[in-house]
Design a protein around this ligand. Structure first.
Ligand code: NAI
Ligand code: MG
Length: 353
């Protein structure tokens, strides 16, 4: 019996529908080369679906994908549906109901990409941001008193449990052991005087379980400056939901275009399928023209295969992307080329074969 994976596909809206087929093309090419197979189960959940059904996905949508090995998502959002509805009704439901409590974003400068940071090349930028994805600052605990009066008073509570804090910290240390054995914590214990000293304390406790991994911490303000000035200092960077959110846009930005950055939403317990997607959205401004960069989606496919245990295939996809980019192969306009989405995707699939 060969290795076979059931993958739920949600292409979504806009350029999601253009880049997902290229991601599938490259994963298929990897499957042929490395001897596994993929069954894709496509779901048309999107803002189009909303226009027809008044919701982003069927009531039992989460149950429909729960049995798959992974979810391959394009991008969700279109001007016909308010963003808070399209995001909360589809992506956030999947993240929460499937317990995808790690948001994982590599910030790696690929060969053949020019960083916006002067004088940096591929060996200088290779780190991963691990964001707590289930609680923290993004909670709905709080309220407004005296609304609409000059006495208005707003309270928004952050929520940190030992369970969620420790599990994300452990994930970061485990990941570091597969990389360069270094974890940096994003903190702000000089200003946020209850929750962040607590993070520092849990970080020290978990770090003690990993004496082989170097651990250090930075306040979030100076950490953002270090991402720009010293990206080579970092291997795994872990932070709360809010700090992780900010860092996970800054990290990929120093490593190049938004069109190439991938992300994973992971259930490390492997009870539920994890979800892989590009960082970018549906890009209504360029959708329908066939010019979107498919690399973010293709790289997300590599992350998905790595999660499924197909390490060689994952590395081969990353190498194929770098080969095409560094040897003058077709590239899309956002990277200074003139190729279309399909041409760029096919070139990477060919480099892989
Ligand atoms: P966006 O990422 O869709 O676009 C930002 C800019 O980057 C645009 O100028 C776009 O043309 C460009 N861009 C993005 N991806 C590209 C690619 N692959 N190749 C070339 N250029 C690319 O972000 P925006 O405009 O803020 O959001 C548009 C819609 O996407 C909204 O409805 C938003 O809610 C949704 N969105 C969905 C996400 C998801 O599904 N996880 C993530 C971010 C936004
Ligand atoms: Mg964000």
């Amino acid at each position: 019996m060969g290795r076979n994976y059931d993958i739920a596909v949600i292409a979504g809206d806009g350029i999601g529908k253009e880049v997902v087929p290229e991601g599938q093309r490259v994963v298929e090419a990897a499957a042929r080369r490395f001897g596994f197979s993929v069954d894709w189960k496509e779901h048309d959940w999107s803002c189009d679906y909303y226009a027809r059904h008044g919701r982003m996905m069927p009531e039992d949508g989460v149950e429909q994908v729960r049995g798959s090995h992974a979810i391959f998502l394009g991008a969700v959002g279109w001007p016909n549906v308010p963003d808070h509805i399209s995001t909360w009704d589809l992506i956030l439901r999947l993240r929460r109901e499937l317990n995808l409590y790690v948001a994982l974003r590599p910030a790696r400068l690929l060969k053949g990409i020019t960083s916006p940071l002067a004088g940096r090349d591929a060996k200088d930028i290779d780190f991963v941001i691990v964001r707590e994805n289930s609680e923290g600052e993004y909670s709905s605990a709080g309220g407004i008193l005296y609304q609409g009066t000059p006495e208005e008073l707003v309270i928004q509570e952050s929520v940190f449990s030992r369970r969620a804090t420790d599990r994300i910290l452990r994930y970061a240390f485990e990941l570091a052991r597969t990389r360069r054995n270094k974890v940096s914590l994003a903190t702000k214990s000089n200003g946020i005087k209850i929750a962040m000293p607590y993070w520092d304390e849990r970080f020290a406790a978990v770090a003690a379980e990993y004496p082989d991994v170097e651990a250090n911490k930075f306040h979030i303000d100076i950490l953002t400056a270090h991402f720009v000035n010293h990206p080579d200092w970092f291997d795994v960077v872990v932070g709360s939901n809010l700090f992780g959110d900010i860092l996970s846009d800054l990290g990929p930005a120093v490593a190049g275009s938004i069109g190439i950055a991938p992300s994973g939403n992971i259930d490390p317990t492997r009870t539920n399928p994890s979800m892989f997607e590009p960082v970018h959205g549906s890009a209504p401004d360029i959708a329908g023209q066939g010019i979107a960069n498919p690399i973010g989606q293709i790289w997300a496919g590599a992350m998905m295969l790595e999660h499924l245990g197909e390490l060689e295939a994952a590395r081969a996809i990353e190498t194929a992307i770098e080969t095409v980019l560094s040897q003058g192969g077709p590239r899309t306009r956002d990277l200074g080329g003139s190729a279309g989405t399909i041409e760029a995707g096919k070139a990477i699939a060919d480099a892989l074969a």
